[in-house]
Ligand binder design. Sequence first.
Ligand SMILES: [Cu+2]
Length: 144
Amino acid sequence: MRGLIFASSYLYISDMRFHRPLITTLFAASLISLSACGGSSSSTPDYTIPADAGLVVKAVPTIRWDAKEYSAVAGDIKVFLANDDNAKHILVIRQGDKVVGDLELAVIKNGDAATGTINLQPGAYFVYCIIPGHGKMNSALTVS
Ligand SMILES: [Cu+2]
């Protein structure tokens, strides 16, 4: 940056005609890089699914999980939740209608992701969203 400032002030002193185009170019370049960062495409998710995730759940439009049934291996299960939907979701694991463990994964907006670990014995569970009105987000989870 020091070099750039020096270069532009040097040009300013030496030749006024070169100064303006340089600043304009720098400004335009920074605008382009800003829009490249801010622009999010729906086809390319912002998150990366951890390789060691034992349970991957995605919220998808409209207010659903991406599967009706999930499965996982008993023990410490790394749960990864991604939001491909546009609403806020909070995932918990339930057995019957009771929450199991203290896992609570929240994803506020599209592109958000959250990771947590829960220890589960073999059995039948549900992947559930505790947001009011999201009762459809209640998929079976078989742990074996
Ligand atoms: Cu939800």
